[in-house]
Design a protein. Structure first.
Length: 545
């Protein structure tokens, strides 16, 4: 796909509203199409005037024109032709003052045809009908008021000519009926034609504006496609690459695949695309680049183009994604290691100091106290090491279907026995009974941390900790709620940070590990503030059992 600078010298600039599109009579610049229409209109006038002149001088007896005054008919036809030639010269050399030129041409038509009609015996010659053509042509290029003015002048001319016939040539008074009806036709033709012309002009202006907007949008789309980080391929139903951005050339080893069959330079991608179109493949596939040097994730999307099966393929270089993930993990590992060093230093110092005192002290009571300090800090270090080892195993989740109702019943029984909690201290409320995909060991560890924290900060009475399972729209939620004071507002942002704890003997890794284990199983662990006691929510997709 060729690039296009936007905005720039090649971009199509949108015209100002009304520029080169003004309807005559409303003021402003006139569209070129109206001048072209006026030239065509005058071409018709040249042909008609030439035919009238030829009728007057070549074969005067073949038609019944000019029968009343042949000399007047010939002179009028000659003058009419001369005026038409002059109008044509003005249109070519001096295309300005559009309303004036239209008015002069229409008035010339009215005067010439009225005189020709009088020279041919009046209304019975049928020439008055030709004024309908002149009025219709003028209505196509003129404004509404001018069009009515032309119709009024034509009506007056026809009625005056008929009046002369009545006064001079003794025509009957009843003969005014036909000119009057024709005058009504003049106004109707002029009004209707002008209204239609205005709609055509407005539609032309809208179409031209839409064309400008479409051209600019295409240029913007081309710029966006070229600058996106992913490769973009547009493939038609025959497997031909219609468009490709620069990123595709990088993934394809410097080859520009545009207007080439996809199968010719990337057979694996073409095979995956064909399988997806046939309904046997996935819309997201991982393939190797044509040079076999890097993994690429391909995502196929139906473009929805009418008249053809066009597919857009988005290509993402997974090697860069993996490199970014490695960098993030290294950064997180660095921060974690620094925190671990800081956290281990304190219990080690306590153990060292207690051992020094124990070596100097021979009495039994102080020895028991120092021994307890060493044991407690050693246990804290052991828990910290176990938690870190669990954290390192979070990526090896082995999901399996778990019926939550039975799992929670077993969990509460085991937790109550191990933590010495009354049987009625933990209540389970099942508003739905789902079956979810989760690593059983991970779920047990997450709930153990949450329930233990809840019980530790609760009133430790009947129903102090509630495990509530409910559905919120398409998502499944599990809440662990206690009746304690809750988490202070200023401490909520630090809840899930590693080594943050308000418990003196805690490691500060429980909630951090619980959130990481939830994320490894496609769930999200959050703290819900403003509900009285502490409320920890696990949210994920589940299926009702």
């Amino acid at each position: 796909m060729s690039t296009a600078a936007y905005p720039g010298s090649d971009a199509v600039a949108a015209p100002a509203p009304g520029a080169r599109d003004t309807i005559p009579g409303a003021g402003g610049e006139v569209a070129d199409s109206l001048w072209t229409s006026l030239r065509y209109f005058n071409g018709y006038r040249l042909i008609v005037a030439a035919l009238f002149l030829a009728t007057a001088f070549v074969h005067p007896d073949l038609v019944d024109l000019g029968s009343a005054d042949r000399r007047l008919f010939g002179a009028t036809a000659a003058a009419y032709l001369a005026l038409a030639i002059g109008f044509q010269v003005a249109l070519v050399r001096a295309p300005r003052n559009f309303p004036l030129q239209v008015t002069l041409q229409v008035l010339a038509d009215i005067v010439a045809i009225t005189l020709l009609m009088y020279a041919s015996g009046g209304f019975k010659s049928g020439l008055a009908v030709m004024l309908l053509i002149s009025l219709a042509g003028a209505a196509l290029v003129s404004g509404g008021l001018l069009t009515l003015f032309y119709a009024a002048v034509a009506s007056i001319a026809v009625l005056v000519e008929q009046g002369v016939q009545v006064l001079v040539h003794d025509a009957g008074v009843a003969s005014f009926v036909q000119p009057a009806l024709l005058a009504i036709g003049y106004f109707a033709t002029a009004s209707i034609t002008n209204r239609l012309a205005q709609r055509v002009i407005m539609n032309e202006r809208v179409a031209r504006q839409r064309a400008v907007e479409l051209a600019n949008q295409l240029r913007i789309n081309a710029l966006v496609i070229q600058d996106v980080q992913d490769g973009v391929l547009v493939i038609d139903g025959n497997g031909l690459v219609r468009q490709a951005n620069r990123r595709v050339e990088t993934l394809a080893g410097g080859t520009n695949p545009e207007l080439e069959p996809l199968e010719a330079y990337w057979p694996e991608l073409a095979a995956r695309l064909q399988a997806w179109r046939a309904g046997t493949g996935a819309s997201i596939e991982t393939v190797e680049s044509p040079d076999g040097g890097r993994p690429v994730r391909a995502r196929f999307v139906d473009a929805g183009v009418q008249g053809g099966r066009v597919t857009v393929a988005f290509l993402e270089d997974l090697s860069k994604v993996e490199e970014q993930a490695r960098q993030l993990k290294l950064a997180a590992l660095g921060r974690l290691t620094a925190n671990i060093a800081h956290e281990i230093r304190n219990p080690l110092s306590a153990i060292t100091h207690a051992s020094d005192l124990l070596r100097e002290e021979n009495r039994a009571p102080p020895r028991e106290r120092l021994t307890r300090i060493i044991r407690d800090n050693a246990h804290r270090l052991d828990r910290m090491v176990r938690d870190i080892m669990e954290l390192n195993r979070r990526d090896r989740a082995q999901r399996e279907p778990i019926r939550l109702a039975g799992f929670l019943a077993t969990f509460v029984e085991e937790f109550a026995q191990a933590e010495k909690v009354p049987a009625d201290g933990i209540v389970v409320e099942m508003r739905v009974e789902p079956v979810l995909e989760f690593d059983r060991v991970h779920l047990n560890q997450v709930l153990w941390n949450l329930v233990r924290n809840g019980w530790r900060h609760s009133a430790r009475s009947s129903g102090s900790v509630r495990i509530l399972v409910d559905r919120a729209g398409p998502r499944l939620e599990l809440h662990v709620v206690d009746d304690g004071p809750g988490v202070p507002k200023d401490l909520v942002p630090q809840l899930f940070e590693p080594f943050f704890t308000t418990f003196s003997s805690g490691t500060g890794l429980g909630l951090y590990i619980a959130r990481e284990l939830c994320a490894a199983n496609g769930a999200a662990l959050d703290y819900m503030a403003g509900r009285g006691g502490a409320d920890f929510r696990i949210q994920w997709q589940g299926q009702a059992g």
